[in-house]
Design a protein around this ligand. Structure first.
Ligand code: ZN
Length: 433
């Protein structure tokens, strides 16, 4: 080959060399581009593994579904804490923690129908209860909050948003105190309390007449919608029977000791109630009579009050139960020792009051049993006996020793309290007109 030929050959092949060079360059550049891209993807994956990004991604996605769920449960008959918590999709440990927490609280131990429970559950990771609350009564909730570091709940009582309102109601008794009071919007609780306060001095069957009047000032608790949720204390009451005012003022006379006194500072509580039952009719008085079952005449050593079966019977005074069992002709009977001179007997009961047994201390007005017709009896009634120094006496003719009379400084405080209540009364009456 000569020089010329060689040069000529290169020139001829140069296009080819350039072509090869371009191909190689393209391949290389594509290759590096790919590697770079791969790195980028890898980098992206690595960043995804970064905990913060991961969390924010999770947050973004979890916000699509609610992270927290709130649940309300209204207790129905037969519900237990176990059955309620079992309806939740949470771990067994969570359930156990809940049951352990509620079992420690006395004021929520027993579930009542219509009682409300609220739960807030965090669904993040394993679902957990973050807080819950259980209704204690119409005014209070017991609120439990999960503590941040420990597996336990801290609780506190939360007052519901109820407004206390002082109400004055007055009425003219038409057919009965109960119906008249109901008609003007007084809740049964308040009416019963009113009757209980006067039970020591008034026999509603015999002393109250049509067109007698009454006034009550009492507390009501209203919710945000203005609905009465609960009634509170009676602050003042007046029952005008046959043109005689019987006024009662609520007074806190010693630390936590509250009672009702008339305008002269005399306690409305008598040692014994004249009639230990509400709304009953005196059907047979104390004295000689022909026994309706035995047929012969003998002393009826008590007073009979006819009332429907199941009507509550009250302890006519504070005292200790000395008998609560079957006593032959008297059927189911209760005997109470009030003090050194007085005892009372209540016979023919259908059943005893809750917790009433020998040795139990009872308060005046407390329910000790229910009207029945057990033993020698022709129909549902209460046979009531008063024993004075071991001798059966006529409860209706008894000169009842009166209760406490306020004296000295306490009396002065009572007079101030009385004026305050009288002022409140005139303000409330002014509002009515
Ligand atoms: Zn009798």
């Amino acid at each position: 080959m000569n020089k010329k030929n060689y040069k000529q050959l290169i020139r001829e092949y140069s296009y080819f060399v350039w072509l090869i060079f371009l191909v190689v360059a393209t391949i290389l550049s594509t290759y590096f581009y790919d590697i770079n891209k791969k790195n980028q993807i890898e980098y992206l994956y690595k960043s995804l593994n970064n905990i913060y990004l991961k969390n924010s991604l999770k947050k973004i996605t979890s916000e699509l579904k609610p992270r927290y769920i709130s649940r309300e449960h209204v207790v129905s008959e037969g519900d237990t804490y176990e059955s309620i918590i079992d309806s939740f999709k949470i771990s067994n440990n969570e359930k156990k923690l809940f049951l352990k927490t509620v079992s420690k609280k006395k004021n929520i131990k027993v579930l009542r129908p219509n009682q409300k429970l609220f739960f807030k559950i965090d669904k993040l990771n394993a679902p957990k209860i973050i807080n819950f609350s259980i209704e204690i009564d119409k005014k209070k909730n017991l609120f439990f909050k999960r503590s941040i570091n420990e597996e336990k709940f801290v609780s506190k009582i939360i007052e519901k948003n109820l407004k206390k309102i002082i109400t004055l109601k007055e009425g003219v008794i038409k057919n009965s105190l109960y119906n008249t009071a109901l008609k003007i919007g007084i809740k049964p609780n308040t009416i019963i309390e009113f009757a209980r306060l006067y039970g020591f001095q008034v026999d509603f069957q015999r002393d109250v007449w049509k067109n007698d009047t009454f006034q009550i000032i009492y507390e009501e608790f209203k919710n945000e919608e203005g609905k009465v949720i609960e009634t509170g204390n009676i602050i003042y009451a007046n029952l005008n029977v046959q043109n005689t005012d019987l006024k009662l003022y609520r007074f806190n006379f010693e630390n936590k000791k509250i009672d009702y006194f008339d305008e002269n500072g005399k306690s409305m509580k008598k040692t014994l109630m004249k009639t230990p039952i509400n709304g009953a009719r005196l059907s047979s008085s104390f004295g000689k009579r022909k026994h309706p079952i035995l047929g012969f005449t003998r002393l009826h050593a008590g007073t009979d009050f006819a009332a429907p079966k199941g009507t509550p019977i009250m302890a006519s005074g504070d005292g200790i139960v000395t008998r609560a069992k079957w006593c032959g002709g008297g059927g189911n009977c209760v005997k109470i020792k009030h003090n050194s001179s007085y005892q009372t007997v209540y016979a023919h009961m259908s059943k005893f009051g809750r917790g009433i047994k020998k040795g139990v201390r009872v308060k005046q007005g407390q329910i000790i049993g229910y009207v029945g017709s057990t033993g020698l009896s022709t129909g549902p009634h209460l046979h009531y006996e008063v024993i004075e120094n071991g001798r059966k006496v006529n409860s209706q003719k008894l000169k009842l020793p009166s209760g406490k009379v306020l004296k000295g400084n306490i009396r002065k405080k009572f007079e101030v309290n009385k004026i305050k209540i009288d002022v409140l009364k005139s303000e409330l009456i002014a509002k009515l007109n």
